[in-house]
Write a new protein. Structure first.
Length: 159
């Protein structure tokens, strides 16, 4: 990761990568379930990792820098992460059951993620970039690499 990397650029790229994995799952689930399942597994672990990065590193940093925690934007984001997690698990259960009929759960997840990601990309990430130094952002990127897989690969091996 380059010295000038912003939180916005990195996390938006990760959103795009996750979106592509989910679209692959959706496209293949009725024609190549094994491949769709692999795409979903990678999506699920990636999304869970993304949420852990935000909740363990970004949100505390933003709260420390701004003094806003209880009832602030990060409270809202954490609550939305719980809702996203519930929809993710609903789809995971269908995938584990080899059931491709998850359109309703997928749409609910996409609705949540669409609004959530927009708030992060338009407001939260730029705000974090504005209140942090390049050195603080580098520390975030370094610390992201130190979060162990057991923190975010919950239920990943149950396929």
């Amino acid at each position: 990761m380059s010295e000038q990397k912003t939180i916005s650029a990195f996390y938006e790229q990760d959103h795009d990568r996750l979106d592509e994995l989910f679209q692959t799952f959706q496209r293949l689930k009725r024609s190549d379930f094994a491949e769709a399942k692999e795409a979903f597994k990678e999506f699920k672990i990636g999304l869970q990792r993304h949420i852990v990065w935000e909740e363990d590193l970004l949100f505390p940093l933003w709260e420390e820098k701004t003094g806003m925690s209880e009832g602030g934007p990060t409270s809202v984001m954490r609550n939305e992460h719980r809702q996203i997690g519930q929809q993710l698990e609903a789809i995971h259960q269908k995938v584990a059951d080899q059931n491709p009929e998850s359109d309703q759960e997928e749409q609910a997840l996409l609705n949540l993620l669409g609004a959530h990601n927009m708030k992060e990309e338009r407001v939260l990430y730029p705000s974090i970039d504005n209140v942090t130094s390049a050195e603080e952002r580098q520390t975030v990127f370094r610390n992201m690499k130190n979060i162990t897989e057991d923190r975010y690969d919950v239920g990943g091996g149950q396929h």
